[in-house]
Write a protein that binds this ligand. Sequence first.
Ligand SMILES: *[C@@H]1O[C@H](CO)[C@@H](O)[C@H](O)[C@H]1NC(C)=O
Length: 418
Amino acid sequence: MKLFSTFRGLLASCSLLALGITQALAFNNSRQDNVAVYWGQNSYGAAHSSDPPNWQKVISEYCQDDAIDALPIAFLNVFFSTGGMPEINLANTCGGNYFPGTSLSNCQFLAPNIKTCQAKGKIVTLSLGGASGSTTFTDDSQAQQFADTIWNLFLGGTSSIRPFGDVILDGVDLDIESGSGTGLAAFVTRLRTHISGAAKMYYVTAAPQCVHPDAHLQSALDAVAFDAVYVQFYNNYCGLNNYPDQFNFGTWDTWAKTKSPNKDVKVYIGAPASATAAGSGYVDAKTLINIALDTRSKYSSFGGVMLWDASQAVANDRYDLAIKNGIRQAGRGGPGGSKPAPPGGIQCAHVPSWKPDVAYRGGDKVIYKGHLWIAKWWSQASIPGGIVGDWLDLGPCIRAAVPELEFQRYYGVQEDMY
Ligand SMILES: *[C@@H]1O[C@H](CO)[C@@H](O)[C@H](O)[C@H]1NC(C)=O
């Protein structure tokens, strides 16, 4: 994964309307339709420097609907810097305002944004590493101490410097792309001793390249328990672009069931969220959905899809939402969604007609010209089917709208309505 290291000041944060509904659903690691999307590196901005309006927004902008279940924050990219403290890099979103005597950015303004995502049942974790990271340990004891630092700065411990304030992140992701792996297993083991004493659920994940064994992570992957691996099926011969011949999900499934200390570890298909998100491996949404469904039918370790990254997914016609809708399974854990349209059309009772004066949020459903539409993101006075492309067409309704019924605004509150 690429590290976009230029700071261009803060983008004005977009309006965050108060949330009308709380999502009672918790993240469920056992499901096979989870979507994990990295946030933090503004991959779109790195590839499109002249299009700032579409650069990365604050994290809560990506939590407005139920497309994304897990958001690893990318990245904590330097383990040991000024004052013995790490560094974090969030591209255009936070930087420069350092805690005294360190090069560690104070990003506490993001605390309410992260909490918004967590309150909707999404997990927000901290990803360590990245392609340009300085993320190696000299020995196990240094790694164990670093686990204490991470626990105190970002998770359930305490520290006078907390980059995200009183937010307690939901775990750690290892996207280590350098070094031989010295200390990584000791780091995870030490982290797990903290986790095992806590009431809250924490998740430890890793993002190996698809090439097996992974050059940097494999010794840790074989030695300690991970909850999920977000395998990067891109930038490599074993990537999605070489499906099915060289695509090696089966190798990772075998690793999960034989070598991994956690035999229930979930394996995700990691994919670029647009053609400019990786050197190779991008496939269109329909192709990725077909690959994911085929993989799920063959390999029980399949846990869902990981995308790099949020900015690219949104700019690419809500690739994240398309993938979620394509792999979504029935049952709680992912509210609402585009179940396949029944023969003859979709039941659209209780869905209001589209109105030009309503401010719609991502996930809102409306009826327009006899079709059910879902909002990709915030819009107002933007006609479904119009050239702006703010709405996704879910197909024709077999029953007309009942517009006088109360507007149930959020995707999911009427899961079984159609
Ligand atoms: C989590 O998902 C699994 C697999 O779909 C399901 O069997 C289990 O009941 C779910 N757990 C909860 C608490 O919903």
